[in-house]
Design a protein around this ligand. Structure first.
Ligand SMILES: [Zn+2]
Length: 455
């Protein structure tokens, strides 16, 4: 199996480019909005991201996650069956549940495929795939509950600064970068673009030197060559490429100068992460720290109040600053959020008080959805507002607050009954699910039948 390259000879950087990319300091202390705390035990690695002191994101990964956390992995899969009516194929990738490949994610060479209904018609999935066929595929979504992993045949390899798209001609530059930077990166791209493959410049390429980008490209091309070689000598199903473990992946995707630190309470993981950062993201090397639990008085997660905040994030009720609250409840099909005002609602301008409460609720809910990692359909019952302008203001505030969350969301306007419907892409299993079991006494229903009346 091929693994991502996470250690390399560092590229020499002159003092000027180092200075421009280092994290800020004040009186020798690292400054930055975010802090990543990584707590390692035999059973799991837990990652907490704090903004200031507030916990904003939490992830758990376990050694057994080769089954459930396989996003980004590349497999030689074996097509099990093709369902023409559903435009879907099920593919064995060696995990307990077959993975799913939709028609839109199937890659084919238009010159080789003859489609039934004339040249204009798109070929159907049964024309493209046959049972027992071996296909190269990549996981785009982890398996969740009863659903198998989702696959694509449009394989790509993520590095720190670029994404390599093998056997493609496309190239692009992150739209989030300023124009002058895009111009500079475009000229670098022309120079480093590998033969036969596409390339995308990531936001992390900002201010990065041509030499570093070139090295990133070389690492990915090397990885890809190893993967294709392995694919030829393997028989399906086989894991060809595995993404690095969760902390390294998160650091590759997120670490920037807005982080004041990455603190890890495990010596071995610290060495790995520190090796990655000092060879590939060198200006931030001093931000990675080892937390020596033998010397420190408190465990890492207590020192930064993570445990306390996690416990709160598992409860249904969340208090708002002015005394109102949110109640977050899960059902099989959707998550329901009830917004309440505090008790002392002034009589004079009820509408104003309700608006203020709902605005607080909008901010807090956006934070809770990310922290609790709630996906799927969500229905929010805001406190009723008379004025359409106020309803629009709450909707806008909520959408703005959600924009800081990288997970895709869609929010509809507040309906006639005062409900807001929204969806949030499911990325993980959810905080509650990853830290709890269903209660065995009541199967999670929360009620015990009264034995004396039900006998
Ligand atoms: Zn129970």
């Amino acid at each position: 199996m091929v693994e991502a390259v996470t250690f390399d000879e560092p590229v020499e950087l002159d003092e000027k480019s180092m200075r421009g990319r280092r994290g800020r300091t004040r009186k020798g202390q690292a400054v930055g909005r975010y802090l990543m705390c990584v707590h390692v035990t035999d059973r799991a690695t837990q990652i907490a991201v704090l903004e200031g002191r507030r916990l904003i994101e939490f992830r758990v990964s376990r050694p057994a996650d080769d089954i459930s956390q396989i996003h980004g992995n590349i497999y030689l899969g074996k097509v099990q069956n093709v369902l023409p009516g559903m435009e879907t194929a099920f593919v064995d990738i060696g995990t307990p549940k077959n993975a799913v490949l939709y028609r839109g994610d199937v890659q084919y060479d238009p010159e080789e495929i003859e489609s039934g209904d004339g040249a204009q018609a798109k070929p159907r999935i049964e024309d493209l795939l046959r049972p027992k066929q071996s296909i190269l595929c990549q996981v785009t979504k982890n398996p969740i509950g009863e659903k198998g992993a989702r696959l694509t045949q449009d394989v790509s390899l993520a590095g720190r600064f670029v994404v390599l798209v093998p056997n493609s001609s496309g190239f692009g530059i992150s739209k989030r970068l300023p124009d002058s930077e895009r111009k500079r990166l475009r000229s670098i791209l022309e120079r480093v673009k590998p033969e036969g493959h596409g390339l995308i410049m990531r936001t992390a390429a900002e201010k990065v030197t041509a030499a570093e980008i070139e090295r990133d490209v070389a690492r990915l091309v090397g990885q890809w060559n190893d993967i294709s070689k392995l694919a030829k000598s393997s028989s399906a199903p086989a894991l060809l490429y595995r993404e690095p473990e969760a902390p390294l992946r998160l650091i590759r995707e997120e670490l920037n100068s807005d982080y004041r630190g990455v603190i890890i309470d495990d010596r071995q993981l610290y060495t790995e992460v520190s090796g990655y950062v000092s060879s590939i993201i060198r200006p931030l090397a001093d931000r990675v720290e080892h937390y020596n639990t033998k010397k420190e008085k408190l465990p890492l997660f207590e020192r930064y109040y993570v445990t306390e905040q996690l416990k709160k994030a598992l409860e249904p009720k969340v208090w708002l600053p002015s005394g109102g609250s949110l109640i977050i409840e899960h059902t099989e099909a959707l998550t329901v959020v009830d917004v309440n005002t505090g008790k002392n609602v002034g009589k004079s301008s009820l509408e104003e008080t309700v608006l203020a409460n709902n605005l607080e609720a909008a901010d807090e809910l956006a934070r809770q959805l990310r922290l609790r990692d709630i996906g799927g359909i969500i229905v929010v019952d805001f406190v009723d507002m008379e004025l359409a302008a106020n309803r629009a203001q709450v909707t806008k505030r909520f959408r703005d607050a959600l924009a800081r969350d990288k997970t895709r969301t869609q929010v509809l306007d507040i309906s006639g009954l005062g409900l807001m419907e929204m969806t949030r892409k499911r990325s993980g299993e959810g905080l509650l699910e990853s830290l709890s079991d269903i209660c065995g006494d009541c199967s999670g229903r929360g009620y015990r039948l009264l034995a004396d009346l039900m006998d």
